[in-house]
Design a binder for this molecule. Sequence first.
Ligand code: G3H
Length: 482
Amino acid sequence: GELVEWEGDLAPVRSAVCLRREDGELEQCVIGSTPLLDADAALGALDAAVHAYDLGQGVWPTMSVSERIRNVENFLHRMKEQRDAVVRLLMWEIGKNLPDSEKEFDRTCDYIVDTVNALKELDRRSSRFEIEQGTLGQIRRVPLGVALCMGPYNYPLNETFTTLIPALIMGNTVVFKPAKFGVLLIRPLLEAFRDSFPPGVINIIYGRGRETVGALMESGKVDVFAFIGTNKGASDLKKLHPRPHRLRAALGLDAKNPGIVLPDVDLDTAVGECVTGALSFNGQRCTALKILFVHRSQVDDFLDRFKSRLATLKSGMPWEPGVALTPLPEPGKTAFLTQMLEDARSKGASVVNEGGGNSVGTFFYPALLYPVTPQMRVYNEEQFGPIIPVVPYDDLSEVIDYVRNSDFGQQLSLFGRDPQQMARMIDACANQVGRINLNAQCQRGPDSFPFTGRKNSAEGTLSVADALRVFSIRTLVAAKDN
Ligand code: G3H
């Protein structure tokens, strides 16, 4: 096939932003459309990827590393020409504010450059010959086959490209399904894809997940499944593969990252980091701080300061200057968050600021919730939105128990000054999470650092260099040295 984007009936794409209808109701406005594929069309895209990988005929997997790098660099050059269009769509589709949308675009470009450099380094080290006990060996790093790449709506460019680019550059062919929201922004890049890669190497599909991606998994022809999203989404799809032992998975999943405020904390630093950690992009980040444990001696002061900071956050449209809080793209999200608040309220917590109840359309004003207890849904369940649950504690062992008992293990943040207490927490939690942040919010970056998690939060590691290994295997080619 010559297609990059596979064709189907058109389906409307709604914006995070609402408009008022004639009857006075608010409605998420339609800003474009994408093809809606059925299972057959999705399988057509998969067959194109399988054909382009076929070692007998496909040029991509056997192409030299330097040639593949040239294709990717050409793509990057063309992608940069589309910065304005992509940034505009990030704001409209998912409601990400202008500075964060620009950052997402630029960071993705940097990731591509870093990936190229990491591959040059990996290639230098892995294609050398070695002689051991009369045997000459060459360890080659080779692609795995067809990769299915799916990303989340909160980083529809960056998170998807951190699997898509390593998959391509290692010589795999790809079927790529853009996020549920944040799909239109891929379209300004279609020509760049078409002009940079041979036919069949990259195939973009849209449609209902179970119908399209479900059919691809059932076919058994997917070799690598790269998915950033929910546990349920990943496991429902993974179990459809008829030969799971032949499927490599790289998964970035749910999280419930705790921020832990120790008794000797510098409150200014802690509150500043907790506000941005919990509320950047309205808390819709897998790396957001999702529950705060505050030592009882600090809790009143902490809540007062947090409340004052909240009052300074400006809400508005993503393109307006200085706006921190923006509309949420997921229909039904404000209802879900309201239910979580109601559950906590009915079990004894209060919203200590004006948050939650004053939501309009797709806006949900952040709710600082206190005191949160283990009986409440928000204690263990991921909210993925602007609710900030605060739990008071007396002894660090209570927090250590929470970290150890949690089904998630992406990251945590520690706020304090006493090196002994910090060391105790690091030792107690180091095997429970993928990253521990000291006096800083949880975050993915810098992207060269390992991005992973334990328990139900991840499978595999997606740093720049690790991602190259995820999408390849080492094979030894050996001969007697005569
Ligand atoms: O949603 C998960 C993202 O990888 C978070 O990245 O920590 O840079 O916002 P970030």
